[in-house]
Each structure stands twice: as C-alpha cells, then as structure tokens.
Design a protein around this ligand. Structure first.
Ligand SMILES: NC(=O)c1ccc[n+]([C@@H]2O[C@H](COP(=O)([O-])OP(=O)(O)OC[C@H]3O[C@@H](n4cnc5c(N)ncnc54)[C@H](OP(=O)(O)O)[C@@H]3O)[C@@H](O)[C@H]2O)c1
Length: 239
C-alpha cells in the first residue's frame, strides 16, 4: 500500500485531457481521488472507473455558490480534503480590441476568481485536518506574453501571484505551489501550437503524464517547498 493511501485529493476539471491524466496518475500512486467536472459527465464517469470507482462531483466553478456547494458535498460524501489540484480553466483566443466585458468575465470567473474560492474552501478542509497541499495549474501563458490571449495570460499571471500570496497566507499548515505547463498536445496541434513546439528547446510537445509527475512532486515534496512555480515546458519559458 502506498504512503499516500489515506490522502484525499480533489482534481478539478478531471474529466478530460490534463486533469484526467492527473487524476488517473494520482490514483495509481495511491491517492484517494475525487473527480470534479462541469459538463463532461460521461467522461468523468469513465475517469472514475479508471481510478477504481472514484467519487464524481459536478459544479460550475464560475459561481462561488456552486464552489461552496461542491466543497460541502465533497466533505460530506468523501471527507475533508488533504490535497486540492486546481486544474479546471477556460481558454479563448481573441483580438484584444474585440474582447468584451462578458468575454473577460467568462475567462476570469473560472481561471482566477473560481480558483481563488476553490483554494479558500480547500484550505478550510485542510485546516480542519491540521495541514494540506494545494497545486494550481497555471500556464506558460502566465509567464510569457501571448498576443492573442491577453485575458488568458492575465488570468494565469494572476494565478501565479495568487499561489505565492496564498503560500505565505496559509503557511505553515498548507503548501501552495503551481505547475505551469507549456504546450501539451492531444493530437490537436494547429499551426500556432506547432510554431511553439518548434521553438521549444526540447523539440517536442509535453505529455500530460509529465504535468501529473510535477503535480505529484508538489503533493509529496518537503513542506519547506511552497510558493513555487514549476514550468513544465521543455525550456520554452527561457527562450
Ligand atoms: N493544454 C495545454 O497545452 C495547456 C497549456 C498550458 C496550461 N494549461 C492549463 O492546464 C489545465 C488543463 O488544460 P486542458 O487543456 O486539459 O484544459 P481543458 O480541456 O481546456 O479544460 C479542462 C476542464 O476545465 C473544466 N472547466 C471549464 N470551465 C469550467 C467551469 N465553468 N466550471 C468547472 N469546470 C470547468 C472543463 O470541464 P467539463 O469538460 O466537465 O465542462 C474541462 O474539461 C488548465 O488550467 C490549462 O489552462 C494547458
């Protein structure tokens, strides 16, 4: 039995893609995993089966009321969380001169506001247990500017600062760190993504398993490691 077998972790946006692989890898390595989804119910149930029957919870994370309902249900039906992986996010590409207030809110309500209130609720669970770990999935776009994604870049840069500020605020009981993925491909590489892959020193896209490895690192690392941002980007942030 793994040393993590008693540790409960909620992964948000875990029905598909990176979140799905994080959930499966954490379950495989002995965590007790709960799956969050918003609209992808069938996919979430499939991930649940792949995680040995992990509980599944639905919530729209753009609503603080729904976030509070989610964490209440998780506590009642799964138990208070030792760990939280904030993976769910929205991503849109827009001409900055065309972005409306609704477009801005659509993205920030999930990526920044939603993630903050998930951290708040998760930290309340963890305080009850005497400690815990939060990992926020940010992005290379929060480190380097992308011209067609200023609102996304701002949300992820905000999430990086949120990670650092919460690491101070929640110490010493709770660590807060962030994994910043570069290009992670799912057979959906368009011309823009290909240009980024070509510019990546490692000359390939990342795999979701590599993001899961970094998440696992922060969930099991010494607690002296907090407020850190780990770019998993093949070196692209340094070009
Ligand atoms: N893919 C990449 O190359 C890349 C690069 C840099 C950073 N990232 C970051 O890595 C994370 C995962 O990326 P991804 O490409 O796997 O993400 P994704 O497929 O675009 O989104 C992940 C999940 O977020 C959930 N979500 C979106 N809006 C939501 C809402 N209002 N309430 C609750 N859940 C919501 C969706 O759940 P449902 O499907 O259930 O609605 C979706 O399945 C994100 O934080 C992303 O910003 C990804």
């Amino acid at each position: 039995m793994s040393r993590n077998s008693q540790e409960r972790v909620l992964v948000t946006g875990a029905a598909k893609r990176i979140g799905r692989v994080i959930a499966i890898e954490l379950a495989r390595r002995g965590f007790d995993v709960a799956i969050h989804y918003n609209t992808s119910r069938a996919e979430a149930e499939q991930v649940s089966r792949e995680c040995g029957g992990a509980p599944v919870f639905q919530a729209d994370l753009s609503s603080v009321d729904e976030i509070r309902r989610l964490f209440r249900k998780v506590k009642e039906q799964f138990g208070p969380l030792h760990c939280l992986v904030n993976n769910a996010a929205r991503f849109t590409r827009m001409d900055p001169l065309e972005i409306t207030e609704a477009d801005w809110d659509f993205l920030h309500n999930v990526n920044l506001k939603g993630t903050f209130f998930c951290c708040q609720e998760g930290a309340r669970h963890m305080r009850q247990l005497g400690g815990g770990r939060i990992v926020n999935i940010s992005s290379l776009g929060g480190i380097r500017p992308w011209a067609e994604h200023p609102h996304y870049c701002a949300s992820k840069a905000g999430l990086i600062m949120l990670t650092k500020a919460l690491a101070k605020a929640l110490a010493p009981e709770i660590t807060v760190n962030s994994v910043a993925p570069g290009v992670i491909s799912f057979n959906d590489v368009d011309m823009r993504a290909q240009a980024m892959i070509d510019a990546t020193p490692m000359r390939r896209p990342g795999r979701p398993e590599e993001i899961a490895d970094a998440v696992y690192f922060f969930l099991t690392a010494p607690t002296f490691i907090t407020g850190q941002i780990l770019a998993v980007d093949g070196g692209l942030s340094h070009k």
